[in-house]
Design a protein around this ligand. Structure first.
Ligand code: AMP
Length: 448
């Protein structure tokens, strides 16, 4: 029965059997963001190409090689967003959020598009959770952003993780650093790939994130930007470290981090997996971008942010065996025999669903036996059979599928009877639970 049109390479379907995992990590991200005062913003999936050229930067891999860019029917150049910050800054400016109390703190869950070579943890359509803090120049803002990301990973249960930080200075430091890089790469010019050769004059720092093995081998011996930063930038970096210490967040300084996008200034950081199976996988990263708001037409205003990939997080969780909450269950299947029973089932199911229970009724005209089988397959917690006898006597037997116990319930007060049985089962499960075996996820769920 399978169709012959397949999903596009580098994209991924999320099926109902998996989607509850994404819902869990997304909700946890929004909850963590809320605790730090970040509120959700939604922006369009496509923007004018110019927005990314000017923010991400014309000499970056993302803009030069990876963007999904096309002309629309009005012959305007449009790009599917490769990341979330540029759109968030555009919206911040377009809606005058700079007139609201500052800093403005926003978060988002978005799909992103990059034409990269698909592999584990690298997709062409992927999803990011991101946060942006507009209008805060103090390193406390950087520390809070790192703390938010860190507490999110803790909450989810990712323990083997390194927080790597660096400073890439301001445009003034960058000038000196670019000169040093130019001198270094000039000597090995003949070995560089064509793209990097074109970057040598325009933006030598971008050579550092070239994925070609030869260029990255050359780049590994290049001067590091931390040696070129000015006193103000150094002071900012030292204060960030003090605040991270105060927050009890362990970090390592990694002078090699430059991040692949042009808009970063001063602080850059990454969360890197230390788990055996996913060692080196960058789960998220971010930094400060003090010049971007002005670059996009606003007033000079500092800002910083963080983004992480949801697919990579799922990989890290699965590889480390971090449990997810249970998949949502069907609380009750109403098995019916005959038209009158079906009418009753419609009434009862509407009632219970409005009270928050998940209820299944037969919508394909199956026999009682087949309905029972289906109820079993979808793991219904309870079943009840309604036929002519039950309708005549006004009572039905509610069966708990865990232990097979049956309770007589009046059809006139079915919701009360069901609730009682449901609660009794919950209490029995609680009494027999082994709390010493609670996982972090169980505890998270109890606390929610
Ligand atoms: P970036 O915007 O490049 O700093 O990426 C931020 C995060 O998004 C990364 O740490 C990854 O978790 C995720 N990410 C970036 N590119 C991809 C991709 N092609 N596929 C899956 N996740 C990605």
């Amino acid at each position: 029965m399978a169709g012959n049109i397949k999903a596009i390479k580098g994209t991924k379907d999320t099926l109902p059997s998996e989607s509850y995992k994404l819902q869990y990590i997304e909700q946890a991200a929004l909850d963590t963001a809320k605790a730090y005062g970040f509120h959700e913003m939604r922006t369009p999936v496509f923007e004018y190409t110019e927005l990314f050229d000017r923010s991400v930067g014309e000499t970056t891999d993302v803009v030069q090689k990876e963007m999904y860019t096309f002309n629309d029917k009005g012959d305007r150049s449009i790009t599917l967003r490769p990341e979330g910050t540029a759109g968030a800054v555009r919206a911040f400016l377009e809606h005058g959020l700079f007139n609201e109390p500052l800093p403005q703190k926003v978060c988002y869950l978005t799909s992103c598009y990059r034409y990269e070579k698909p592999q584990a943890g690298r997709l062409r359509e992927f999803h990011q959770f991101g946060i942006e803090c507009f209008g805060a120049g103090s390193p406390v803002a950087d520390a809070e952003i790192i703390a938010l990301a860190n507490s999110y990973f803790n909450f989810i249960g990712i323990e083997k993780l390194a927080v790597e930080i660096n400073s890439i200075g301001c445009p003034e430091c960058r000038k000196k650093y670019s000169e040093a890089l130019k001198a270094y790469f000039e000597d090995r010019k003949s070995e560089l790939c064509e793209t990097c050769l074109s970057r040598l004059d325009r933006n030598p720092m971008r050579i550092l994130d070239c994925k070609s093995p030869v260029c990255s081998e050359i780049a590994s011996g290049a001067p590091v930007v931390l040696d070129y930063i000015c006193d103000d930038c150094r002071d900012h970096f030292e204060k960030l470290k003090t605040y991270l210490d105060a927050l009890n967040i362990s970090y390592v300084v990694n002078p090699q981090i430059v991040r692949g996008l042009d808009y970063y200034t001063r602080t850059v950081f990454e969360f890197v997996s230390l788990d055996e199976k996913t060692k080196g996988l960058v789960l998220g990263g971010g930094g400060r971008y003090d010049g971007l708001i002005e670059e996009l037409g606003g007033a000079a205003m500092p800002a910083c942010g963080f983004a992480m990939g949801l697919e990579r997080l799922l990989i890290a969780m699965e590889e480390s065996g971090i449990p997810f909450p249970e998949a949502p269950k069907c609380n009750l299947s109403i098995v019916t025999a005959g038209e009158n029973a079906l009418l009753k089932a419609l009434e009862l199911s509407a009632d219970l669903r409005s009270q928050g229970y998940s209820v299944n009724i037969d919508t394909v005209g199956r026999s009682i036996k087949a309905q029972m089988k289906f109820a079993n397959k979808i793991n219904s917690e309870f079943t009840v059979v309604i036929g002519d006898n039950e309708l005549e006597n006004g009572v039905a037997m509610l069966k708990c599928m865990d232990d097979g116990t049956q309770t007589e319930v009046s059809l006139d007060a079915f919701d009360e009877g069901f609730e009682r049985a449901y609660m009794n089962r919950a209490v029995a499960n609680f009494d027999s639970a082994d709390f010493s075996a609670l996982t972090q996820v169980d505890i998270n769920n109890l606390l929610r």
